[in-house]
Write a protein that binds this ligand. Structure first.
Ligand code: CA2
Length: 142
C-alpha cells in the first residue's frame, strides 16, 4: 500500500475558526476525515501540521528517508518566505504537490510568489479542500 503524507504549515490548525470567507468553515480534522473516507482503504495516509519551519523541514527529511510515495504540502505562509523549506523539498527526491486552499493569485501581491513551488511536481491553488483530494488522487496514480 502506498504512503502519502499530508503536511500543513503555520496557522492551518486554525482552519474553521477564523476567516471563513477565505478558508471556509471546515476544520483540519474535517479534512483528515474526508481524505481518510476517500483514500483510507487504498493508501496509508499520514497527517502532520506544524507552526514551526524547522519541524516541517525535519518532517520532509524523515519522509525522504522513509521513501514516502508522495507528499501533499500546504506550506501556508512559508510558501512565500522559506528558502529552507524549498531546499528541503528540492533535495528530497520526494514527489510533492503543493496545495493552497485559496487562490493565491487573487490575493495580495506578496502571496503571488511561491518559493517552494519550483521544488514541487505541481501546484493546486483555489480549489478549497478539493485540492488535497485531487493531489492525493494524482500521487496515487504515479
Ligand atoms: O490558501 C492557502 O492554503 C494558504 O497556504 C493559506 C496560508 C496563506 O498564508 C497562504 O498565502 C495561502 C494561511 C493559512 C492560515 O490559515 C488560517 C486558517 C483559518 C484562520 C486563519 C488562518
Amino acid at each position: 500500500m502506498k504512503t502519502i503524507a499530508i503536511l500543513n504549515g503555520p496557522n492551518l490548525d486554525r482552519l474553521g475558526k477564523r476567516e471563513p470567507e477565505i478558508y471556509g468553515h471546515a476544520t483540519l480534522a474535517d479534512l483528515e476525515a474526508a481524505l481518510r473516507a476517500e483514500f483510507g482503504a487504498t493508501a496509508k495516509l499520514e497527517f502532520f501540521q506544524s507552526n514551526h519551519e524547522g519541524a516541517l523541514i525535519d518532517r520532509v527529511a524523515a519522509l525522504a528517508d522513509a521513501k514516502a510515495d508522495g507528499v501533499v504540502f500546504n506550506p501556508g505562509a512559508f510558501t512565500h518566505t522559506s528558502v529552507a523549506l524549498r531546499d528541503a523539498l528540492a533535495g528530497s527526491g520526494l514527489r510533492v504537490v503543493e496545495v493552497h486552499i485559496s487562490n493565491i493569485y487573487r490575493r495580495e501581491e506578496f502571496r503571488h510568489r511561491s518559493l517552494t513551488a519550483p521544488a514541487c511536481l505541481a501546484v493546486i491553488s483555489g480549489l478549497g479542500f478539493e485540492g488535497y483530494h485531487a493531489a492525493v488522487r494524482f500521487l496515487l496514480k504515479g
